[in-house]
Ligand binder design. Structure first.
Ligand SMILES: Cc1cc2nc3c(=O)[nH]c(=O)nc-3n(C[C@H](O)[C@H](O)[C@H](O)COP(=O)(O)OP(=O)(O)OC[C@H]3O[C@@H](n4cnc5c(N)ncnc54)[C@H](O)[C@@H]3O)c2cc1C
Length: 377
C-alpha cells in the first residue's frame, strides 16, 4: 500500500470528510484516517439543522462564518448528488423559534429585530399566526420567530457524500485505522504513527471532534474541548404533522425529515463521553416535545441515539495551524453547529493548506488555536 501523501486528515466525521473533499478537488494527494468508520460519532448523531440564525444570537466572526456556510448548501447539495449520487436531503422550509412564555417572547422579538438586518424575510408571528402556520403546535405558545432560510440536511448522508466526493477526486479513505502520534523533523510534521504503521505526509489535519484535545496534548498544545453529550429520539406519523423545524429555547427541537421521521433532540450532558441513552434523558425530551406538539404522544416510536458535541471555551471552533509545529493543523470544536459549519470549514482549511490568496485571514484569525481568553461558554 502506498503510504506517501501530501496531506493526512485524521477523523472521518463531517469536518474531516469536508476538508478531504476540498483538498482532493484542489489536486492534493489526500488520505483520511478514521479509527472506526465514516460518520460514526457526532456527525451521524446530529439533527442536521443549518440553524445559523436560530442558534447564534450576536454578530461576530462565528455568526459570519455560519451565514457563509449556510449559503453554500443549495449549490453543495446539487454538486454532491452529481459527484456521488448521494442525496443529502437538503430541506429549506424554514424554522420556527418558539417563545413559550410572554417573557421569552420579549427576547425572541429582540432577536427578530437583530436578525432582520441579515435576512429581511425573518418575521415575528403571534400565537394565532404561528398556530395557523403549524396547526399541530400547542396553543400555549406565546409566538415565535419564523426563519425562512434555516433549513436542514441528513448529516450522515452529507458526511458519506463528502467522503465519496473526495474519493472521486482521488482521495483515499481508510477506516479502522487509529492515529496514535505524530512524526516531526526539525519542527515540521512528516507523518503520523497509526496502529497499522506509518503514513508519510507533509501536512496533517486533526479533525477528531471531541477527541482533538487528547491528540494535540503531546504537541504541547492545550486545546480546551469539553465533550457535551446529547441524546435524541425519533418518531414517525402516518401523515406529516409539522412542516417546518420547531425550535424551542427550552432545549428541544423537532426536525421533520424527508423520510417522514421527526428527529427530536437533544439533551446536553456536560463533560461526558459515553454512548449510553438514558431513560431520564429521553423522558425529559418526550415531556418537552409533547408540550410543544401534543400529537407526538400518538406517533410511532422509531429510534434513540446519542453523540458527543465538542465544545470550546469561547464557543468558537479551532481552525488553524499549530503555533510552533509547521504543517500541523486543527479543525475541531464545532460544538452544536458542526454540520452547518462543515462546508466553510472544508473550504477554509483547504485554502489555508494551499496558501490560497482567496483565504480570509482576518476571519480565520478568530478561530486560531491559541486564543487569549478561554472561558467555558
Ligand atoms: C445530539 C446532537 C445534535 C446535533 N445537532 C446538530 C445540528 O442540528 N446542526 C449542526 O450543525 N450540528 C449539530 N450537532 C453538532 C455536530 O454534530 C458536530 O459539531 C459535528 O458532527 C462535529 O463533527 P466532527 O467531524 O468535528 O467530529 P466527529 O463527527 O465527532 O468526528 C470525529 C471523528 O474522529 C475519529 N477519531 C477520533 N480520534 C481518532 C484517532 N486518533 N484516529 C482516527 N480517527 C479518530 C472519530 O472516530 C470520529 O469519527 C449535533 C451534535 C449532537 C451530538
Amino acid at each position: 500500500m502506498d503510504n506517501l501523501f501530501d496531506v493526512a486528515i485524521i477523523g472521518g466525521g463531517i469536518n474531516g470528510t469536508s476538508i478531504a473533499y476540498q483538498l482532493a478537488k484542489m489536486g492534493k494527494k489526500v488520505v483520511l484516517l478514521e479509527k472506526n468508520h465514516i460518520a460514526c460519532e457526532a456527525s451521524s448523531a446530529a439533527a442536521g439543522m443549518l440553524a445559523a440564525q436560530a442558534e447564534l444570537e450576536q454578530d461576530g466572526p462565528l455568526f459570519q462564518l455560519a451565514l457563509q456556510s449556510q449559503s453554500m448548501f443549495p449549490t453543495l447539495s446539487v454538486e454532491l448528488i452529481e459527484l456521488t449520487g448521494i442525496d443529502i436531503e437538503y430541506v429549506n422550509k424554514g424554522m420556527l423559534k418558539i417563545a413559550e412564555s410572554e417573557e421569552l417572547a420579549l427576547e425572541v422579538k429582540k432577536q427578530v429585530t437583530f436578525q432582520q438586518k441579515w435576512d429581511p424575510m425573518i418575521t415575528w408571528l403571534d400565537s394565532k399566526e404561528i398556530c395557523e402556520m403549524e396547526p399541530a403546535l400547542s396553543g400555549n405558545v406565546a409566538g415565535g420567530m419564523f426563519l425562512p432560510n434555516d433549513g436542514h440536511v441528513q448529516p450522515a448522508k452529507l458526511t458519506e457524500a463528502f467522503a465519496k466526493a473526495a474519493e472521486s477526486f482521488g482521495a483515499e479513505i481508510r477506516e479502522q485505522i487509529e492515529v496514535v502520534s505524530f512524526i516531526f523533523e526539525k519542527g515540521h510534521v512528516k507523518g503520523v504513527q497509526t496502529n497499522k504503521g506509518v503514513i508519510h505526509c507533509e501536512q496533517v489535519v486533526v479533525a477528531t471532534g471531541a477527541w482533538a484535545a487528547k491528540l494535540m496534548r503531546e504537541t504541547g498544545l492545550d486545546l480546551y474541548i469539553n465533550p457535551v453529550k446529547g441524546e435524541c429520539f425519533s418518531v414517525k406519523t402516518e401523515a406529516p404533522i409539522i412542516n417546518t423545524t420547531i425550535f424551542s429555547d427550552k432545549r428541544c427541537y423537532l426536525v421533520p425529515k424527508r423520510n417522514g421521521e421527526i428527529y427530536i433532540g437533544a439533551t446536553m450532558v456536560e463533560n461526558r463521553i459515553d454512548n449510553k441513552v438514558t431513560p431520564e434523558g429521553i423522558r425529559t425530551l418526550i415531556e418537552r416535545a409533547t408540550q410543544l406538539v401534543p400529537q407526538i404522544k400518538e406517533a410511532a416510536w422509531e429510534r434513540v441515539w446519542t453523540g458527543i458535541r465538542p465544545q470550546t471555551g469561547d464557543g468558537f471552533p479551532y481552525i488553524g495551524e499549530h503555533p510552533s509545529l509547521r504543517g500541523l493543523y486543527v479543525a475541531a470544536g464545532h460544538f452544536r453547529n458542526g454540520i452547518l459549519l462543515s462546508p466553510i470549514t472544508g473550504k477554509l482549511v483547504a485554502e489555508l493548506l494551499t496558501r490560497s490568496s482567496l483565504l480570509d485571514q482576518k476571519l480565520l484569525s478568530a478561530f486560531r488555536l491559541v486564543r487569549h481568553k478561554q472561558t467555558v461558554g
